[in-house]
Design a protein around this ligand. Structure first.
Ligand code: GLC
Length: 560
C-alpha cells in the first residue's frame, strides 16, 4: 500500500488529473457519471502515474452550469452519490498515494442556495448583503456589464425592484466579498473539507471576487476591467490563505480569468501568502481573432510561442503556474492545435510534451491521456452547455449569424467538446454507462478508448505515463530556467531548460510537414541523448541538424 508522503512541496514535481464527474464513469445506468464510478477507475489512474485528482464540483446543485452553481456547500449531489461515497473515494485515493483537490466555487452561488432564497425579495433578510444589489439606473439595468455567458450581468428582483449581479448565468448570483460574514462562510466551507482530509483546492474564477465598488459603466468594454484582479482581491486571498490554506497545508490553484503576469506573480508568490499556483488562459486564446471566441479560426502559432515565453520567463523564480491545454471549458487540444485524423497519436504526444517539459505543474484532463477528440456534433440539439445554447440563441436569433455557421463555430469552440463521456472501451456508450449518456459519445470510441490505449505500448497513454515519470527523474524540468530557441521559426516550438547541472531541450514540430532546425552550437551533442520522442526510430546519437517529421517531438538531455 502506498501512502501520502508528508512533503510540503510535493506539487512541484507532481502531475494532476482533472475529473469531470458527470462525464467520467457511471457505476450504474443513469447516463451520468458518479463517485462510485471514479473509485472503480482509481487503478487506471494509478497506472497512469498521476499524483492528485482535481475533482470538479460534486456538491448539491441544480446543475444549470453542471455543478458550478452550488446550492449547498456541505452536501454531495445525490446524482453523484453520498457523503459516504465521497469519504470512500478520499480513503481509496489516499491508499494509492493519490491526493484529492476539491473545486471551490465562491465567486457566486446558485440562486437556489438558501442564502439567496432568503435574500431574494426581502431587503431585510440577514442574507441580503451576501449578494450584490443595485437600484435601477434611468429605470433600467445599473450598468452595461455583460455576463460571461452572454447578455446583461444584471437580473431584476421583481419584489424589491433592485437588480442582482451575475457574472455568469442568471442562476449564479455573485457573492458580496466586501461583507466579512461572506468571507467567514467561505473559510467555514473550506475548513469543513480540509478537516475531512482533502489535500487542496481549485478556486473557481477567484480573481473576480473583488468588484470596483462604484460599479461604473464600461464605455470601452464589457465591464471586466472593473472586477478582474479587482481592488481587494489580494487582501481577500491573503485573509483566506492565512485562516485556512496555511493552517491545513492545502495546495491551492486559482483559476484566473483574463489576468496579467504581474497579478499572477503575486497570487502565486513563493512566500505562499496567497495561492500555490495559478491557471491563466492566454495561450488558449490564440484561436480567438481580436479576442473573439465565437468565431471559426485557425490558431496563431507565433502568438502561442510569445505567450508561453512571456509566462515561462515571467513566473520563473517569482511564482508558479499550471501547465495545461485541456479542461472542461476548452475544446480537445488534439482537434484544436493538432491533427485529430491522420496524425492523431503523433500530434497528441507532441502537444503533451511541449507543455509537460516546461516549468510548472501539469494538469491532464480526463481523456486527454488517450488522445480524445472533439465529437464534431452537427446539430444544436446535441449540445447541453448553458454557454453554448445561450450563444446560439444570441448569435443566430438576435445577431443574424446563419445556423450553419454557428454549428461550425460550436463544433470548434463549445465547452461540450470536452464534456463528452470518457471513452473506456468499444462496448455500447464507450463503456461509460449502461444507459444513453446525458451527452452523446464521440463516434470514434471504437478506435479511441482507454482499453485499447492500455493494451498498446505505443499509445498516447504510455507517452503521458513517461512524461509524468520524467518530471520526477529529471530535476531540470522542475527547476531549470527557460529559453525559446527558435522564436522566429514557422513550425518549430523548441525551448531549452537549464539548471546548474542539466540542460534539456524540447523540440516540437507543430505542423503536418517535415521541417528542420539546428541545435545551438554551444550544445555539446556528443554528450546528449534522446530521452523521449513520438517516432519509434530515434537514433542513439544526437545530431546538431535536426529533421523533424510531421508533429514530431524530441526531448534531449545533456548532463555532466
Ligand atoms: C469557471 C468554470 C466554468 C464555470 C465558470 C462559472 O470558469 O471552469 O466551468 O462555468 O467558472 O463558475
Amino acid at each position: 500500500m502506498t501512502t501520502i508522503k508528508n512533503d510540503a512541496n510535493w506539487w512541484k514535481t507532481a502531475t494532476i488529473y482533472q475529473i469531470y464527474p458527470k462525464s467520467f464513469c457511471d457505476s450504474g445506468s443513469k447516463g451520468t457519471g458518479d463517485i462510485k464510478g471514479i473509485i472503480s477507475k482509481l487503478d487506471y489512474l494509478k497506472l497512469l502515474g498521476i499524483d492528485a485528482i482535481w475533482l470538479t464540483p460534486v456538491y448539491q446543485s441544480p446543475m444549470i452550469d453542471n455543478g458550478y452553481d452550488i446550492s449547498d456547500y456541505y452536501a454531495i449531489n445525490p446524482q453523484f452519490g453520498s457523503m459516504a461515497d465521497f469519504d470512500e473515494l478520499l480513503a481509496q485515493a489516499h491508499q494509492r498515494g493519490i491526493r484529492i483537490i476539491m473545486d471551490i466555487v465562491v465567486n457566486h452561488t446558485s440562486t437556489e442556495h438558501h442564502w439567496f432564497q432568503s435574500a431574494l425579495g426581502d431587503k431585510s433578510s440577514p442574507y441580503r448583503d451576501y449578494y450584490i444589489w443595485k437600484d435601477p439606473v434611468d429605470g433600467g439595468i445599473p450598468n452595461n456589464w455583460q455576463s460571461k455567458f452572454g447578455g446583461s450581468a444584471w437580473e431584476l428582483d421583481q419584489q424589491t425592484g433592485q437588480y442582482f449581479l451575475h457574472l455568469f448565468a442568471k442562476e449564479q448570483a455573485d457573492l458580496n466579498w466586501e461583507n466579512p460574514k461572506v468571507r467567514q462562510e467561505v473559510k467555514d466551507v473550506i475548513s469543513f473539507w480540509a478537516e475531512k482530509g482533502v489535500d487542496g483546492f481549485r478556486l473557481d474564477v477567484i480573481n473576480l471576487i473583488s468588484k470596483q465598488q462604484d460599479f461604473p459603466n464600461d464605455d470601452i468594454g464589457d465591464g471586466r476591467r472593473f472586477y478582474t484582479d479587482g481592488p481587494r482581491v489580494h487582501e481577500f486571498l491573503q485573509e483566506i490563505s492565512s485562516a485556512v490554506f496555511q493552517k491545513y497545508g492545502s495546495v491551492t490553484v486559482g483559476e484566473m480569468s483574463s489576468t496579467t503576469l504581474e497579478h499572477c506573480q503575486q497570487y502565486s508568490s513563493l512566500d505562499n501568502k496567497e495561492l500555490s499556483m495559478v491557471f491563466n488562459f492566454h495561450h488558449l486564446k490564440v484561436d480567438y481573432p481580436n479576442g473573439e471566441k465565437w468565431t471559426k479560426a485557425p490558431f496563431d502559432f507565433q502568438q502561442l510561442k510569445q505567450i508561453f515565453n512571456h509566462w515561462q520567463t515571467g513566473l520563473n523564480g517569482k511564482g508558479w503556474g499550471a501547465l495545461f491545454w485541456c479542461n472542461h471549458d476548452q475544446p480537445r487540444v488534439v482537434s484544436r492545435l493538432g491533427d485529430d485524423k491522420q496524425y492523431r497519436v503523433e500530434s497528441a504526444k507532441m502537444l503533451a510534451a511541449s507543455v509537460h517539459m516546461m516549468q510548472g505543474t501539469p494538469y491532464i484532463y480526463q481523456g486527454e491521456e488517450i488522445g480524445m477528440t472533439n465529437p464534431g456534433y452537427q446539430s444544436i440539439e446535441q449540445y447541453r452547455d448553458v454557454e453554448s445554447t445561450n450563444m446560439y440563441d444570441i448569435m443566430v436569433n438576435q445577431q443574424g449569424v446563419s445556423h450553419e455557421d454557428m454549428i461550425a463555430i460550436l463544433a470548434q469552440k463549445s465547452r461540450d467538446n470536452s464534456r463528452t463521456p470518457m471513452q473506456w472501451n468499444n462496448e455500447a456508450f464507450a463503456g461509460f454507462s449502461q444507459a444513453q449518456p446525458w451527452l452523446e459519445v464521440a463516434e470514434n470510441y471504437p478506435q479511441v478508448n482507454a482499453d485499447k490505449a492500455v493494451a498498446d505500448p505505443n499509445s498516447v497513454f504510455y507517452f503521458y505515463q513517461r512524461l509524468i515519470q520524467l518530471r520526477k527523474e529529471i530535476e531540470v524540468i522542475t527547476t531549470g530556467d527557460y529559453q525559446d530557441l527558435y522564436p522566429e521559426h514557422n513550425s518549430v516550438f523548441g525551448y531549452k531548460r537549464q539548471s546548474e547541472s542539466q540542460v534539456l531541450i524540447c523540440l516540437n514540430n507543430y505542423y503536418g510537414k517535415e521541417t528542420e532546425c539546428l541545435l545551438p552550437s554551444e550544445f555539446d551533442v556528443s554528450k546528449a541523448k534522446y530521452v523521449l520522442g513520438n517516432y519509434a526510430d530515434l537514433t542513439e546519437s544526437v545530431s546538431q541538424h535536426q529533421v523533424l517529421r510531421p508533429y514530431e517531438t524530441r526531448i534531449i538531455l545533456l548532463q555532466d
